[in-house]
Design a protein around this ligand. Structure first.
Ligand code: SF4
Length: 347
């Protein structure tokens, strides 16, 4: 299954709304703005879409919106993995749709409003702790959408430790300076630094930064308070093993996503042509959620995913056949050197 870049948690609370602060499962959402926009647009029907970590709060939110605006609210029951994953079908059913928890990617239907989810966690202590692990006095600062509104707090904390924290600019699918997505590390790549601090939870984003920049990455988790250094060896070993296994395959499925922010059909077609030129049987598969069951009856011996990079890099263990990214397929064919291993990114 395609994984979310979102780190929205799985708390069981159902949300509280008071004044301008609307708190859901530990995240603040700017609901006053949403209510204002719903009223202004005279929307009679409103869609709500959220990642799993925020879903439990959706019934309370729906009730609140219905009470404040008089509109009818429909909650999207399908999985939601990121801003790339707008429920297109629901967006056609409603006048206005609220997509919660992710920053807009700059594409998608006009009647969708993105409401970012912000965590209230303080960054000062954990960033100061991370500063103790640095080897240099100038460092790139990166984080996910949940903490990006507090990045200035991190810059200040570093300054107090005698370290300069710098942010790469927004651009492409990245909305905020210093923000990273599981599929885009352009803010990190744009910086001329030798080390990074990643503020957030989980290993996928800091691994992505390390592979995209080939620089040292220290992680600072504001939830647990833990600091650690990223090591890419285990991931690279797994990816090398997947490429090695795929070399025996003669029949490849090339997965092309239906999700509006994961569509890379031109890339899928290029990969198909590349494989066919080497005498491989290549077929395109167009699908929404990438899941092991969807591939079972197609008879592919290996797959190349052009959907969310996490499908191949984070979820590979779920699949019986080797699952490669497009740059990995090029390595398998000898079109690209292993030494030039490239993290699969979307601009
Ligand atoms: S494609 Fe990017 S934005 Fe979408 S789920 Fe994957 S990492 Fe997140």
């Amino acid at each position: 299954m395609a994984r979310a870049h979102s780190t929205a948690g799985s708390s069981t609370d159902t949300g509280t709304i008071s004044g301008s602060c609307s708190c859901f499962s530990g995240y603040d959402l700017d609901l006053d703005r949403a209510v204002e926009l719903i009223k202004k647009s005279n929307a009679r029907r409103v869609g709500l879409q959220a990642p799993e970590g925020l879903k439990r709060s959706m019934p309370a939110l729906a009730r609140q919106i219905e009470a404040q605006t008089g509109s009818e609210v429909i909650i999207s029951g399908d999985p939601c993995f990121g801003a790339c994953d707008v429920d297109m079908s629901l967006s056609h059913e409603v006048d206005l749709m609220l997509h919660l928890g992710h920053a807009e990617l700059g594409e998608g239907p006009e009647n969708v409003i993105f409401l970012e989810a912000r965590m209230d966690a303080d960054l000062t202590d954990v960033v100061k702790k991370a500063a103790q692990s640095l080897r240099v006095k100038r460092v790139g600062l990166t984080t996910t959408i949940q903490h990006v509104h507090k990045i200035d707090q991190a810059v200040q904390a570093l300054r107090e430790e005698g370290v300069e924290g710098v942010l790469g600019p927004a651009g492409g699918r990245i909305r905020h300076p210093g923000q990273v997505l599981g599929c885009s590390y352009r803010t990190a790549r744009s910086l001329d630094v030798t080390e990074f601090i990643f503020i957030g939870t989980g290993q996928f984003h800091p691994l992505g930064i390390a592979l995209a920049t080939a620089k040292r990455v220290v992680t600072a988790d504001p939830i647990t308070g833990e600091v650690s250094e990223i090591n890419t060896d285990a991931l690279l070993r797994r990816r090398f093993a997947a490429i090695f296994r795929a070399q025996d395959a003669k029949r490849f499925a090339i997965l092309a996503s239906k999700k509006p922010g994961q569509r890379r059909m031109a890339l899928a077609q290029r990969i198909k042509a590349l494989g066919e030129a080497r005498g491989l049987e290549m077929f395109l598969v167009y699908l929404d959620n990438v899941e092991p069951d969807r591939l079972l009856n197609l008879g592919a011996q290996a797959a190349v995913s052009t959907a969310c990079p996490r499908v191949a890099l984070d979820d590979a263990a779920k699949y019986k056949i080797p699952m490669l990214t497009a740059p990995e397929f090029e390595i398998m064919l000898g079109e690209r050197e292993w030494e030039r291993y490239e993290f699969d990114e979307m601009e």
